[in-house]
Design a protein around this ligand. Structure first.
Ligand SMILES: [Zn+2]
Length: 287
């Protein structure tokens, strides 16, 4: 089915009450693990990339890997730019054929956030790309900067309704108490707020900070309207650990072997999450 915007995938997921997994990849091997896992389970999938990873490889190289990986895939696959504050990077990714972008102006005052999001929606729509926007501030580590707990604040349902009123967003990311990175204690999710925001905006909600949430919390968030479920930190840990552990166990210098072990471990974890989020066999629903 090839590369396509997450917008119809997420609309179908919100209506069907399941979640589409969005995994942050860092290279070709991780992208391949995510795409092949989704293909095996006939699940729609979002391959997303942080700004620093885009700067490392370049948007055209990543788009080329993805086109090659998606050519024979039986499922719809989105190539999405995660948390971006720089409109130049957004333009470059859209020009290179990326299907979706996230403008994160959540650190700015409400009106500025709205104006910048509106500008990005305008330029994305020319290319048929979808847009995700954030309101409130999600805590934890983002692009090597930590949003301290005191600075992380939850999105307000009235403001969320106002923000989304005239914006045809593919996904909306309100801060609801989840955090990026690893949780220090038990995460406190504001389910009542999530429910109100999902109901009042009617949009597919993006759940950030997925690593470390329990299966029950995932199921509850998805039932309340989270149609896009992000997993980043967990896959990064698996990426490093699987390579290092293979080498520690075998101590040989044949790079393709630890790469193979790394691929299998990532693919397995991606398949577990897709199954948990309920998107197995849903590829046809998004066409
Ligand atoms: Zn995030």
């Amino acid at each position: 089915m090839g590369l396509q915007s997450m917008k119809p995938m997420l609309k179908a997921a919100r209506e069907g009450g399941y979640g589409v997994a969005a995994f942050n990849i860092v290279d070709y091997n991780s992208a391949r693990a995510v795409v092949l896992a989704a293909g095996e389970l006939r699940a729609p999938i979002i391959v997303q990339v942080s700004v620093k990873t885009v700067r490392f490889w370049g948007p055209a190289a990543i788009a080329a890997w993805m086109r090659e990986l998606c050519a024979d895939s039986p499922v719809p696959i989105s190539l999405h730019l995660d948390h971006c504050k720089d409109i130049h990077v957004i333009r470059d990714c859209i020009a290179a054929g990326w299907t979706d972008v996230m403008i994160d102006a959540s650190h700015k005052p409400f009106e500025e956030n709205l104006a910048l999001t509106r500008e990005v929606v305008g330029l994305a729509s020319y290319a048929g790309a979808g847009v995700e926007a954030e309101l409130g501030q999600i805590g934890g580590v983002e692009e090597e900067k930590r949003v301290e707990d005191a600075d992380a604040h939850l999105a307000d349902p009235d403001k969320a309704a106002l923000f989304c009123r005239d914006l045809p967003l593919a996904a909306f990311a309100p801060a609801i108490g989840t955090a990026h990175g690893l949780y220090k204690g038990e995460p406190r999710i504001a389910f009542d707020r999530l429910e109100a925001i999902a109901r009042r905006t009617g949009l597919p909600i993006a759940l950030h900070g997925g690593t470390g949430l329990s299966d029950d919390v995932f199921r509850k968030c998805i039932a309340l309207g989270c149609a896009k479920v992000n997993i980043s930190t967990q896959l990064k840990h698996t990426f490093i650990d699987s390579f290092v552990e293979y080498h520690a166990a075998h101590c040989e210098y044949e790079p393709l072997k630890p790469l193979g072990a790394q691929f299998e471990r990532m693919k397995q974890e991606v398949m577990e999450k897709i199954t948990l989020f309920g998107s197995c066999g849903r590829a046809a629903a998004c066409a």
